[in-house]
Design a protein around this ligand. Structure first.
Ligand code: NAD
Ligand code: UDP
Length: 347
């Protein structure tokens, strides 16, 4: 298949572009590089020993999309492009709705005009909301959302369900990711957040490599065994492979929801200890008050993905830690060779 990957230069998109190339698909990446570097794609080509097509452009730009669909015979779209910083979404809700919601609508309009009806969408476990019991199952209703980022994912799910209801030509997979971490085992591809990392694993890895002094753990008074939050962390390569599996399923019309997680919950403290054990680095940390919007504990029931996609997370915690550490050690400044840590805002 010739697959358009929006946001394909980013963290999950670049690993997925690699899995697609390795599975024999052709790949066209559309990315405006607002949170990524084209270097990731150069490395994808190097590892796969195959080339892909890169188009620098924006999902909100209808003319750009129309030209792309005219010039390339696209069979399916995997749609990663979007903004993902929860805190920023509270400060800039319009930017989040414009990119995540309006951008997806524009993409779907261009797809419809081009006669492309197969879509895999990056959704999130956040759509279950605070009231859902764990483990989360796909048949639970979407819940309340705590911030504009989460609301944008929930809105897009609703929009795509309405779209498939209106026209049976559409086949859509809504993939609800839990917490992707890790990197390609080569150490050549990984997560490269701009500025201070929001997420736990890149923060830990930057402490280990000396870019940050210590980790701040948000909250140690949750109703969990050690008081810190519990999440379902999965290896980014397992997640990437989940997209390839979902693509194969897009012969069925309708909207199909799948949780992609391991089914196992781990606390922040357990994550720190596992990283320390694998990397043999000490990660100093201190506790701080809870982060607004964080839920105490959630993890996936991924049986549906297993039954219908034949997908399971295969890589374990030690792989996630070893691959994170290899990536960060070999690329202390991510895809950039030089970095001014003062202007970067080192904590
Ligand atoms: P990322 O920021 O690394 O990748 C997103 C990519 O989209 C970037 O390369 C960015 O440059 C590009 N992009 C942003 N706006 C664009 C626009 N208007 N036009 C074209 N390109 C644009 O993030 P990621 O972690 O790889 O996440 C990919 C998707 O998965 C996002 O939609 C995110 O919301 C979703 N998701 C991520 C996580 C996670 O923990 N990383 C969890 C659940 C869902
Ligand atoms: N976390 C933390 N310190 C950090 C970043 C994250 O203690 O610097 C905690 C956060 O409160 C949550 C867990 O780590 O309990 C996972 O957070 P992350 O942002 O990685 O993922 P989320 O589940 O919020 O999407």
């Amino acid at each position: 298949m010739n697959v358009l990957v929006t946001g394909g230069a980013g963290y999950i998109g670049s690993h997925t572009a690699l899995s697609l190339l390795e599975a024999g698909h052709d790949v066209v990446v559309l990315d405006n590089l607002c949170n990524a570097s084209q270097e990731s794609l150069r490395r994808v080509e190097e590892i796969a020993d195959r080339s892909l097509t890169f188009i620098e452009g924006d999902i909100r730009d209808r003319a750009c999309l129309d030209q792309l669909f005219n010039e390339h015979s696209i069979h399916a779209v995997i749609h990663f492009a979007g903004l993902k910083a929860v805190g920023e979404s509270v400060e800039q809700p319009l930017a989040y709705y414009a990119t995540n919601v309006a951008g997806t609508v524009t993409l779907c309009q261009a797809m419809q005009q081009a006669g492309v009806f197969r879509l895999v969408f990056s959704s999130s476990a956040t759509v279950y909301g605070p009231d859902a019991p764990v483990p989360y199952q796909e048949n639970m209703p979407r819940g309340r959302t705590a911030n504009p980022y989460g609301t944008s994912k929930s809105m897009v799910e609703q929009i795509l369900e309405d779209v498939v209801r209106s026209d049976q030509s559409w086949s859509v997979a809504l993939l609800r990711y839990f917490n992707p971490i890790g990197a390609h085992p080569s150490g050549r591809l990984g997560e490269d957040p701009q500025g201070i990392p929001n997420n736990l694993m890149p923060y830990i890895a930057q402490v280990a490599v000396g870019r940050r002094e210590s980790l701040t753990i948000f909250g140690n008074d949750y109703a969990t065994t050690d008081g810190t939050c519990i999440r379902d962390y999965l290896h980014v390569m397992d997640l990437a492979e989940g997209h390839v599996s979902a693509l194969d399923r897009l012969t069925l019309s309708g909207a199909h929801i799948y949780n992609l997680g391991t089914g196992q919950g781990l606390s922040v403290i357990q994550m720190v200890e596992a990283f320390e054990r694998i990397s043999e680095c000490s990660i100093p940390y201190q506790f701080a008050p809870r982060r607004e919007g964080d839920l105490d504990a959630f993890w996936a029931d991924s049986n549906k993905a297993d039954a219908e996609l034949g997908w399971q997370a295969r890589r374990g915690l030690d792989d996630m830690m070893a691959d994170t550490w290899r990536w960060q050690r070999q690329n202390p400044n991510g895809y950039r060779t030089n970095i001014n840590t003062t202007s970067e805002g080192t904590s």
